[in-house]
Design a protein around this ligand. Structure first.
Ligand code: SF4
Ligand code: SF4
Length: 559
């Protein structure tokens, strides 16, 4: 079922009131790939009456008041992407298209959606139920953070939105705990994964530099970010406190990760894999083309690329679903009336992290001062693609499935590091799971830029390229590798882009078409470098191209 989005739908369900209303900056797509839909279904499954209002009109109460007022709380998400990233390009232009808006025109999501929606509720419902923030925008802006669009450090979004609580990361567990605390009149301030505002610092909190100090002093900001980043593992994290005005933001340690069985249970909930009919009259949403018939096999990523927020939002420990659960989802997909035979993607933040984790990490938490893949792949990881090979084979053999595509990114260095099954895995992918092109993301060719990104060097890339084409030739296929690159990352100059061009022409024999200008999104190490113009790992100064023109020129250098 779809969660109700109008009063009439609430009544049709036989509900005389509603416990929780979720507001989102995306349209309401009922899919396991859409956080607000997952949270809604998890709460429903826990016995709560939940409604969703998607992309409300922010100039009136006609949408936000559509269902009434919730008994327990309002939940606000900016959507699957930070609203500033969704609305603006890295060179400052307004984006015209939005893949999560019906009809595709980017006219429904306000800038700083989380703050705007919270103000909207406060304006129309005086003395209402608590307002709870969640989703990627709130999660990555939960402490003092650099904001590219105003070029300054902003305080916690919990303060700017004047909300009551913030749930960060993947919040299935904490949102159910919060709902039951509010329902039963208990104090929720011990819940893991929760941020709240306090006049005092509770015992045991690690005190971060204040917002003011972090905003004024780049060294203090760097120290603050390091502490924040290190205290993000559920096994080892301390609670954090950061003074914002006269009060403190308190961040409890992260929620314990869902076990494999719990993750399976989340995916076993019923999803329509479609846009709610209320919104369909405005057109289709493009995002559905890719997510409708895709399957997420796991969460988290230990890649820790400096520009990526997955480690902060989903965590550095990979948690996997069982093969049985994934196959059950595939069978459900096959029975969907619109399914034509192709599963569009099987993967996660990185496709080939399914099926193994470092046993030391599982027991003691992530290493505080070591990355799992960079500068070298840690031997404790024991990379093994065996389970992925077996999973892909089982998916292919389901009746009604013609093709299973692995469209999520593959870490090419991990394929080469798996001496036992890496070549076999790539062989399977090349033979059965590529749809014309396989995309990989080396991001650059110059080692001093790659070091800042936390990405492997060009030797690994060239070895992988050779292996891919050898296997492709063996299979007699016509398929290609395409490469994602980043321009204007901290440390990268126009000369570096010229060298990348020359490397691409001479070694890769093509010019990459997928070139993104680096966007300093909140709460990543690359953003820290952008703001401080210093490499936080070496402490040395670092060139950063900050002008829109210069950034665009870096991109153009590759065309
Ligand atoms: S490998 Fe991909 S998902 Fe993982 S940190 Fe790097 S960019 Fe992010
Ligand atoms: S021991 Fe190695 S693989 Fe395990 S968490 Fe530490 S760095 Fe990562």
């Amino acid at each position: 079922m779809f969660l109700p989005t109008t009063k009439r739908e609430v009544e049709q369900l036989g509900w005389d009131n509603i416990d929780i209303i979720l507001i989102t900056g995306d349209s309401y797509i009922d899919s396991p790939f859409v956080g607000v839909a997952v949270i809604g279904k998890v709460l429903l499954n826990a016995g709560y009456r939940v409604g969703i209002i998607a992309q409300p009109d922010v100039t009136s109460n006609k949408d936000v008041g559509r269902i009434g007022e919730p008994k327990l709380f309002w939940g606000i998400s900016g959507g699957c992407i930070d609203s500033m990233v969704a609305n603006r390009t890295a060179t400052g232009r307004k984006r015209k298209r939005d893949d999560y808006t019906p009809g595709g025109v980017n006219n429904r999501r306000p800038d700083r959606a989380v703050i705007v929606y919270s103000n909207l509720i406060r304006a129309h419902f005086k003395g209402t139920s608590p307002i709870v923030l969640g989703g990627i925008e709130a999660s990555l802006r939960r402490i003092a953070h650099y904001d590219f669009w105003t070029d300054k450090i902003r305080r916690s979004i919990l303060f700017d939105a004047k909300a009551d609580y913030l749930l960060y990361g993947m919040a299935e567990r904490s949102v159910v705990e919060l709902a039951s605390c509010i329902r039963d009149g208990n104090d929720p301030r011990e819940i893991r994964g929760l941020c709240y505002i306090s006049r005092e610092i509770p015992d045991g909190c690690l005190k971060l530099p204040s917002f003011r100090k972090a905003a004024e002093d780049k060294n203090a900001f760097t120290g603050m970010f390091n502490s924040f980043y290190r205290n993000n593992d559920p096994i080892t994290a301390s609670p954090l406190a950061q003074r914002q005005d006269t009060r403190y933001l308190i961040q409890n340690p992260p929620a314990l990760y869902l076990s494999g069985a719990e993750l399976d249970a989340v995916h076993a909930l019923e999803y329509e894999r479609d846009l709610h009919p209320f919104y369909r009259r405005h057109g289709e949403v493009k995002a559905l083309e890719t997510i409708r018939f895709s399957i997420a096999t796991h969460r988290g990523c230990y890649g820790e690329c400096s520009f990526c927020a997955i480690a902060v939002h989903q965590g550095r420990t990979v948690r996997c679903r069982s093969k049985r659960s994934i196959l059950a989802e595939a069978r459900q997909i096959v029975s969907h009336p619109m399914f034509k035979g192709t599963i569009r993607d099987v993967g996660g933040p990185t496709a080939n992290m399914y099926g193994f984790e470092c046993s030391r990490k599982l027991k003691d938490g992530c290493c505080p001062k070591k990355r799992c893949l960079f500068p070298k792949i840690c031997p404790e990881l024991r990379i093994n693609h065996e389970k992925q090979i077996s999973l892909l084979k089982a998916l292919r053999s389901i009746e009604g499935v013609r093709k299973v595509v692995v469209a999520s990114g593959i870490r090419h260095d991990m394929v080469l590091a798996d001496k036992k099954n890496g070549t076999r895995y790539l062989g399977e992918v090349v033979r059965n799971h590529v749809s014309g092109q396989m995309k990989i993301a080396p991001e650059h060719s110059e080692m001093h830029v790659l070091e800042k990104m936390g990405k492997p060097g060009r030797d690994v890339l060239l070895k992988f390229r050779d292996l891919f084409y050898t296997l492709t030739k063996k299979e007699g296929r016509k398929q290609f590798l395409t490469f994602y690159m980043i321009a204007a990352h901290p440390g990268c100059t126009e000369s570096d882009m010229a060298r990348l061009k020359s490397f691409s022409q001479s070694k890769l024999k093509l010019l990459p078409r997928q070139v993104q200008v680096f966007t300093p999104t909140p709460s990543t190490y690359s953003t820290l470098m952008y703001w401080t113009e210093r490499d936080p790992f070496s402490g040395k100064p670092c060139f950063v191209e900050k002008t829109f023109r210069g950034r665009q020129r870096q991109k153009d250098a590759l065309t």
